[in-house]
Design a protein. Structure first.
Length: 279
């Protein structure tokens, strides 16, 4: 056993595990660069769970098992896998299974962070900051990806976000692109909201469509533009953008970065990794 331990001479590796994006992968890369600056004593790596993203990317990418196998062979003493998933649904559950499996046979210490929407107080703060970011919008429609299976344990987090945002603002509604709370259902609710606010059929009140998407890649280009076209007959629709005029994305939303780094630092403490006070 002592002889085997001598092969584990590297320090700590941080692996950002995310779904990935065909058209907006640079947003994940920018996040990686920020994390590398914040944690200079750790080696940063990325794992992508979407096989389609891996196949279509011009840059070499690997899945989480491939990345962890490389780190195991390289001899890292500690490995923290950062969940780059908004909700603890299918992808996050698979992440947990993979990390736990590696931890069963390795002499390395493994840990993983929770999904981003996990702890109620942290999630509530993030959602309040998001609501404040779009407080100018008279009507708001938040759109998240969703999860198809209602027995998925992550559905509680999805429901929490939906309820919280709609309780924060009476003129906000939330729908998904897949699974519960489909857009077609919420579309009728929006028309009812328009009538309740006193608008007639000829008026088009302002409505901002806000993606609750990490990268806002293909879904923004396809699904949200389709929603915009459908609603434009009844509303003056705007698709939310960031300060640079790009599609609004949660990866570029500073409060989300703050929450993610809180989770990372908790994970590093779990591994007993020391990081500077200015990290």
């Amino acid at each position: 056993m002592i002889k085997r331990l001598r092969h584990y001479q590297q320090g700590c590796a941080i692996v950002l595990c995310c779904f990935g994006s065909v058209v907006a992968q640079q947003r994940y890369q920018q996040l990686m660069e920020r994390l590398a600056e914040r944690y200079p004593d750790c080696d940063l790596h990325m794992a992508v769970s979407s096989k389609m993203v891996i196949k279509k990317s011009k840059q070499p990418m690997k899945t989480l098992p491939q990345v962890l196998a490389d780190l195991e062979f390289a001899g890292y003493k500690q490995v923290l896998v950062v969940s780059g998933y908004l909700f603890p649904t299918d992808e996050h559950l698979q992440l947990k299974k993979v990390v736990d499996a590696f931890g069963q046979f390795s002499f390395s210490r493994y840990a993983y962070t929770p999904a981003i929407i996990n702890q109620s107080q942290q999630a509530g703060k993030l959602l309040e900051q998001l609501n404040e970011e779009f407080s100018h919008a008279p009507l708001k429609l938040y759109v998240f990806h969703g999860a198809p299976y209602l027995d998925n344990p992550g559905h509680q987090s999805v429901a929490y976000v939906r309820d919280y945002l709609e309780l924060l603002d009476d003129n906000a509604l939330v729908c998904s692109l897949e699974g519960a709370w489909p857009f077609k259902l919420i579309e009728r609710k929006l028309l009812q909201k328009k009538q309740s606010l006193g608008y007639d059929s000829q008026q088009r009140p302002e409505l901002e469509v806000i993606p609750l998407l990490l990268a806002s890649g293909n879904h923004f280009m396809n699904d949200l533009h389709a929603i915009e076209q459908i609603l434009n007959t009844e509303f003056d629709v705007t698709l939310a953008t960031d300060e640079q005029g790009q599609a609004f994305n949660l990866l570029g939303f500073e409060p989300l970065f703050d929450l993610l780094t809180q989770q990372i630092e908790q994970g590093l403490m779990q591994l007993d990794v020391q990081f500077g006070s200015d990290a």
